[in-house]
Ligand binder design. Structure first.
Ligand code: NAD
Length: 277
């Protein structure tokens, strides 16, 4: 490889990145990073006011982005969003499926046993994480098939490798996201183009709004017993910062990883490597 090419590995100039859940804590940071690297970024999210904040941050540093309303569970809405993205930027090089999360209705606690969890909680979490990854992939993946190239990055989780206590629906749904990542990587490479790649990252524990009060006490800010247990099992001894995901994200979305497809990469401070002894 020519020396010049190394410098171009992380060059995203002229590429279009579509990020669902792009207004959220983790994916908002990814949107900003991709724009900083020169990509045109489409922030697709259900929350317009959060999306506006990410958009303004990108524009304040002269990055190029649009914010588009989407509900990842409604195919017709995703198709409309895709029309807007294509009108603005003409192509789709990267899709990050970031919309996802858990719900208190699918979380066990002393007042709510597994046996009493409502069906709607399971359905909501399972749909948001799995179907919410599949539907945008169908819509934007079709564009990549026409282009014969593209990169899809799904967001799985630590609990996909081994389920975490209390969150059965989220654990099962993220395990399904990891499985789907491998399935799709093989399918598109064999049936459409070996230059369409599909990977996932599996973040460990990042302190965000979604889990803050499972991990820290609302009043004191001290670690909850669950938060302490997690840190005790994290060799690096801390929670992740959203920035910790960026190197892996840029690598998997760039030509630097052009022979990598079908992997689920843990970013967890060593949590998954540690047996506890
Ligand atoms: P977040 O709640 O900050 O962001 C999620 C974003 O998705 C929000 O902006 C929300 O408006 C949007 N969204 C929710 N439902 C939507 C829908 N139906 N259609 C479109 N947009 C929708 O969460 P986060 O912590 O930044 O998580 C981002 C991703 O990372 C999720 O998939 C989450 O499951 C995963 N993850 C998070 C952690 C963590 O520790 N925070 C760990 C592992 C995996």
């Amino acid at each position: 490889m020519e020396k010049k090419a190394y410098h171009q590995m992380y060059d995203f100039i002229g590429k279009t990145a579509v990020i669902t859940g792009g207004a959220g804590v983790l994916c908002g940071e990814m949107a900003y990073a991709l724009a900083e690297c020169g990509a045109n970024v489409a922030i697709l999210d259900k929350d317009p006011s959060l999306a506006k904040r990410v958009l303004e941050r990108i524009e304040s540093t002269k990055g190029k982005a649009i914010a588009v309303y989407v509900d990842v569970l409604k195919r017709d809405v995703i198709e409309k969003a895709a029309d807007e993205v294509l009108k603005a930027f003409g192509r789709v090089d990267i899709l990050i499926n970031g919309a996802g999360g858990n719900s208190p209705k699918a979380t066990t606690n002393p007042e709510q046993s597994f046996f009493d969890l409502p069906e709607e909680g399971f359905r909501f979490v399972s749909d948001l994480n799995l179907l919410g990854t599949i539907l945008p992939t169908q819509v934007f993946g079709k564009v990549m098939v026409q282009q014969k190239e593209g990169v899809i990055l799904n967001i799985s989780s630590m609990n996909a490798f081994r389920p975490l206590t209390r969150i059965p629906a989220y654990s099962a749904a993220k395990a399904a996201v990891s499985n789907f990542t491998q399935w799709l990587a093989v399918h598109v490479a064999q049936e459409y183009s070996p230059t369409i790649r599909v990977n996932a990252i599996a973040p460990g524990f990042f302190l965000t709004e979604q889990n803050r009060f499972l991990l820290t006490d609302k009043e004191t800010g001290q670690l909850t017993p669950r938060g302490k247990k997690i840190l005790d099992h994290t060799p690096m001894g801390r929670f992740g910062d959203p920035e910790d995901l960026l190197g892996a994200m840029l690598w998997l979305c760039s030509p630097a990883s052009k022979f990598v497809t079908g992997i689920v990469l843990p970013i967890d401070g060593g949590f998954s490597a540690y047996s506890g002894v």
